[in-house]
Write a protein that binds this ligand. Sequence first.
Ligand SMILES: [Zn+2]
Length: 379
Amino acid sequence: MTRTLEILDRLVAFPTVSRDSNLELIDWVQALLADAGFEVTRIWSPDRTKAGLFARIGPNVDGGICLSAHTDVVPVDGQLWTRPPFELTDDGDRVIGRGTTDMKGFLASALATAERAGQGKLSFPLSLSISYDEEIGCVGIQQMMPELRNLIGTPRLVIVGEPTSMQVATGHKGKSALNVTCHGQAGHSALAPDFVNAIHVAAGFVTKIQGLQDRLKSGAVDKDYRIPYSTVHIGKISGGTALNIVPSETQVALEFRHLAETPAREIESEIRKIADDVSQAYPCAPKVDVDVVNSYPGLDIEATKPIVTWASDIAGTPKTTKVSFGTEAGFFSQLGLDTVVLGPGDMATDGHKPDEGLAKSELISCDRMMDQICSSLRG
Ligand SMILES: [Zn+2]
């Protein structure tokens, strides 16, 4: 077993589902990094049930490499696993276990590299940013950012190791989740026309959102994405209490995913305008409320940048890609740091699935890339 597999075996055994604490894993990882000679800072979640880490080794100068990973995994509830999800199973050319692909495989490779990095002199620093609560909408990294931005310095590249089959991903869309509350007036259904029906208000809102989707489709386009335009989507509607009561409130949960060239605030203000238009049709009811529940920025780095070409070289995959899923990369890129998404495994075949696994060959490629990162830091 390689050191990377040994570490992955330990990491998978911590059942770090986002709803639960990750502190046991963090204790273990913090000790490993401290033993390897890293300066480690623990960054607590506001309620101190979880934590992230920032760790650095080497001189305090610009031009290092930062490796970024999240520690949480999605639940296994309701999924049919044929292997124990929180135990690493060796299955010939694959290993199986929750988080192997998303994204403890990359973290294991990064930690094995961290141990090796400390064994020789570095001219540039190697740093690790290790987060929590990524799977619930990049919540942890947002909470860590005020401290992280003071620690991270100016690495020449941040590698967010989400699974891309070791291909450099230069972009992904940003995303915002919104909760919209449509108000009406409760009353006897026999007298329905006397009252504002909150479900009718919501219906008007939903219809106009469909119109917004049509406009987005004919707006900005990036052909590197399977869905090449920004999208808006309604995922849940809840309203009303009983058939004989005019509903007084309806909640509409929606999200939009935007291309880098269409800022989130642009689509958000369109949605607020729609809410205002709908409200005007119902002057007797309170205005439609729009609350942004969560959002994360997109990523868009020029594929022709020399640092991206270098990343492709060390990854051994010349062609760059863009990914459909969101990552923490946009937060690093907002700090002005060159950032790519690059890691072992395939999100489409393994991410969030029962019997999630990872090809050993992907881990070997990742380890090989890490070796090249190490030599570049010694140079
Ligand atoms: Zn992930």
